[in-house]
Design a protein around this ligand. Sequence first.
Ligand code: NOJ
Ligand code: CA
Length: 677
Amino acid sequence: MKTKIFALTALLVSPALLAETVSISSPDGKITLSVNDDKAPSYQISFNGKKTILPSRLGMAFKNAPAFGEGFTISKSETASANQTWQQPWGERKHVVDNHNELLVTFSAQRESANTFKVRFRVFDDGLGFRYEVPKQKGLDKVEITNELTEFSIEHAKKATAWWIPARGWNRYEYIYKTTDVESVDRVHTPFTFKLDSGTHISIHEAALVDYAAMTLNQQRPGTLKADLTPWSDGTLVKTQTNFKTPWRTIQISKDAVGLLNSDLILNLNEPSKIADTSWIEPGKYVGIWWGMHVRENTWGSGDIHGATTSETKRYMDFAAKYGFDGVLVEGWNIGWDGDWFHNGDLFNFTKAYDDFDIKAVTDYGLDKGVRLIGHHETSGSVTNYRNQMTDAFALYEKHGVRQVKTGYVADGGNIKRIDKNGIVRKEWHDGQFMVTEYLHNIKEAAKYKISINTHEPIKDTGLRRTYPNWIAREGARGQEFNAWGTPPNPPEHTTILPFTRMLSGPMDFTPGIFNMGFNGLGDKTNRPQTTLAKQLALYVVLYSPIQMAADLPRHYEANQEAFQFIRDVPTDWQESKAIAGEVGEYVAFARQERDGKDWYLGALTDEQARTLKLSLDFLDSKTRYQAQIYRDGKNAEWINNPYEMIIEQKNVTAKDMLTLPLATSGGVAIRFKALN
Ligand code: NOJ
Ligand code: CA
């Protein structure tokens, strides 16, 4: 009866006859969002008065219920706004401002069941987010989503330039970025960043990906990218139950490239921390038994050149203590690495060490010197095997004072192995709903043991570090390891694209700091870092992570103590961060101030083009004098034959100064501004 009355009222006001539009703007008025119900629910966005996202569909389809789409009209709209500041336990900045206007639109259809959903929009000065909220209702209880209809129609897509990696590929997120016009992309991962003809920069991503499939984007029609959710092994996209909320679909918008880097949109759309006491979550720097395996001086498995031995770990702990590192990562310590570990994840035992590795001896030794062991759990994608041992594995590490564990999910895309409740083997994607939940389970479980997680071969970051600050970093792009064995290795432009794409989602464990580029001979173009030494230092400031590795072998640092000093000095936790210059795929410069301290740091780097940057130091405190300790490319430096030539010099500066910084081909500069008063 109730439904009938509703249908009647709806007919009387007859919203279907007259399309309705509701609009809202960002606090600074520059972004305007309009929501419309002409034919079907849709939205559009303008920026500085210009069309940016053209009318684009909203909605979703279900397996056993009619879709949310055509026939739905706006039945209610409510507005709200917020302007607040919250604190991060660690991060690019301590204080984050969340200033937005909100529009909550209810869509309804004139039918008896599956007839209502809401879309909540939040518009900030740096972009916007929207999410679907589906209440309990007749005809929708347990649901399977078979299609998310969300679209992003891009103005003048043929004239827009995009930087992208393919989605649903065997190598997960570990691809070299392609640069094409937007119409030439096919199925891509997010953050998906592009520049319109007008110079406006946009990045589409998502926030708070919980209990849902990751959104990739597929070119549905020229210029229209459609949400393409990563499926389960059985083809379903999302299995859920009303009342549910989807992740936020986010659109960062800026007049220039640098503006994308100074946005907190993704974090602002995540829930506050669920961990009350975060004092055990420790940013810091680490070294590890790691690069030796990647350049094949050591093995993960047992034998003559086994890396993870008690004596080698103690040697690394001595090195860490001497030079001020907090942790030593040890990979290959546990049973399971012998043979083809890539394909035999079921053999990993997460509590049993090889005979030549004594976990108690190394952790006692380290704790005595103030250095913690960093744990390692490689699963090779056998997630049921890992889940069965997870509790014991964390308990063992906690007992030995371990506060951080690096996990790994090396397996081809679509080949995560799980055993379902009937004992049947299923193969899942790293970014399908099953794994989204599995990765988060690992984080929550680790928190019970006061352990932070650095996930490799992860699900992409969607800002969940705000809610679970023990998710301290992750990989999720081509990191340094590709320079050891990747074919081809990371090209010079790689780290000039990462900040504007992958890094918009959150911290990355890139593992910078390779000092010896010539492990295969400098002339080797297949496997070596394609950078200068100064650029390796710049990475510590440019690629944000609360944990940073000094990835090379100790002997290479001891051979170049002067350059190593920068890695020893640079912090990993910041009071404030400011991107100060950059163009996607060309160059980028960041300034960051140490957390609860006075010193500032600057990192800048370039692609294969040598260039000179003129940077104003107006980010510095105006009343403080600083000694700038500059590490820059030497006069004749260039990445191919002369990557090591570096000038280390000091200059006294203030906020009124400009620095002229010449960068070599694939070069960089790293600066510490030491406060003098
Ligand atoms: C891939 C990770 O990215 C790398 O850092 C690690 O050493 C190997 N897997 C082995 O776990
Ligand atoms: Ca990897």
